[in-house]
Design a protein around this ligand. Structure first.
Ligand code: FES
Length: 132
């Protein structure tokens, strides 16, 4: 990711290809896995915003039906996050590059607090993410 991209705080992780693959209702995000090819590969990710969602959400796929979700807000200054392409870690898209492990715990950078994880329940055809 380039320096100017980092200055502008532009993340690599995109919204889902199919905007109708997810919904938010009564505190739960529901993601239709048949419409999210981004999450069919280990290392895949999407970011969810809008649709009355109270916070930005980053959803990560780790393979073997393992998914994680975090509040998509760096605990330093609030920039968006991306998974690292060569590992399970997560990095802020800003110049300071705060980095967290796959559980959202601090690895490096100016942050002081871990990421906020959300509970992910894997159902046969969809994911359910509980937003606190
Ligand atoms: S906002 Fe993430 S390191 Fe500063």
């Amino acid at each position: 990711m380039g320096f100017f991209t980092r200055i502008l705080g532009i993340c690599k992780t995109k919204p889902p290809l199919h905007a109708d693959c997810w919904s938010f209702k009564e505190g739960k995000v529901r993601i239709d896995l048949s419409k999210t090819p981004e999450l069919a590969v280990s290392g895949g990710a999407i970011r969810l915003e809008g649709k009355a969602l109270p916070v930005r959400v980053l959803v990560l796929a780790s393979g073997n039906d393992c998914f994680r979700a975090f509040k998509n807000k760096c605990t330093h200054m609030g920039r968006r996050l991306d998974p690292l392409p060569d590992g399970p870690a997560i990095r802020c898209c800003s110049v300071s590059k705060s980095t967290f492990d796959e559980n959202g715990q601090y690895i490096s950078g100016p942050v002081q607090k871990p990421l906020t994880p959300f509970e992910v329940t894997v159902k046969p055809d969809h994911l359910e993410i509980t937003i606190q």
